[in-house]
Design a protein around this ligand. Structure first.
Ligand code: R5P
Length: 300
């Protein structure tokens, strides 16, 4: 059985239907003082899959705690979390004494609740494997690169793929090599939440179509700085492809002001820029986990 919440219920239902698995909504009641009461369907089967992307995560983490705890009490013996966007993965080191390494703490919290965790392109930088960050029994990090490449093949003409920082090279390289496109990554320095400098690599973008590709847009500053640098070098067009469209307030304007033409994102985080669906990717890996008796239903 899938369990979902009112956000992402549409995606959860579509995926569950394609897997021929029932999907039920967890009912949420918010008390006047802000605490939450959840109501789960009863009875629950042995294997429960909770589908929820973890943007705006703080409240959601409490709700995962309550949901997983209640599901175990009702007899579920296998719990899977499908979170296309996995939160708190960026803080993977203490840069200053006393800084909390959120990735490790939140990763362990999730792994204590769920036997299996499935996500898409988690932000792993100094830690290379998802199970190191989220030590669940099975931790699966899927990649959106094939889906992105398929989209860009149609919507971009012989682009240069540009990663704004060294971490983005993994995705930029995978797509560029599969399509025979040129690619490069910039050098980024971050000084604050919205203070970033970007140095373009040694690649001639003059009169070229550039697609800046990153895993996350939050303030938009990283991608905006890369776009401005390309514009100053005479790029013909600058488009942006991103996996997780967190987009805090003002990010869209920042990109527009930087000269970005199109912004495309996957639907790991619901946003008006969503152009690439990850449901087929999630379907295929979940089908292998849940069992081979499930019929393949197309998710186009
Ligand atoms: C960090 O390294 C990520 O890959 C992104 O580049 C970063 O989170 C983007 O944040 P912002 O949009 O606030 O610059």
């Amino acid at each position: 059985m899938f369990l979902c919440f009112d956000d992402y219920a549409g995606q959860a239902r579509e995926l569950a239907q394609a897997l021929a698995v029932p999907c039920h909504l967890v009912d949420r009641h918010r008390f006047p003082d802000g605490e939450v009461k959840l109501t789960l369907p009863a009875p629950l089967p042995e294997h429960v899959i909770v589908y929820r992307s973890l943007d705006h995560p703080d409240q959601k983490l409490v709700e995962l705690l309550l949901t997983a705890g209640a599901a175990r009490e009702q007899g579920a013996t296998e719990l899977t979390l499908v979170a296309p966007y996995l939160c708190y993965m960026r803080q993977d080191i203490a840069f200053n004494p006393g800084e909390v390494i959120s990735q490790r703490i939140v990763g362990r919290f999730i792994a204590d609740l769920f036997d299996n965790v499935v996500t898409v392109d988690p932000h792993l930088h100094r830690v290379h494997r998802l199970e190191e960050a989220v030590p669940a029994r099975r931790a699966l990090a899927l990649h959106a690169t094939a889906e992105m490449a398929e989209f860009l093949r149609v919507h971009a003409t012989d682009p240069i793929l540009l990663g704004p920082d060294s971490e983005s090279e993994q995705w930029v390289r995978a797509i560029a090599e599969s399509e025979g496109w040129r690619y490069a990554t910039c050098r980024k320095r971050r000084y604050g939440d919205r203070e970033v400098t970007i140095a373009l690599p040694d690649i001639d973008v003059r009169d070229q179509s550039v697609v800046v590709l990153d895993d996350i847009i939050s303030s938009g500053e990283t991608v905006a700085r890369a776009a401005v640098a390309c514009r100053e070098q005479g790029a013909a067009s600058i488009d942006v492809m991103v996996t997780h469209a967190l987009f805090v307030q003002g990010a869209e304007k920042r990109l527009k002001d930087a000269g970005v033409r199109h912004v495309w994102s996957t639907n790991s985080v619901q946003h008006e820029t969503n152009a690439v669906s990850l449901l087929g990717l999630l379907h295929d890996s979940l089908r292998a986990w849940i069992g081979s008796s499930i019929n393949r239903v197309r998710l186009d």
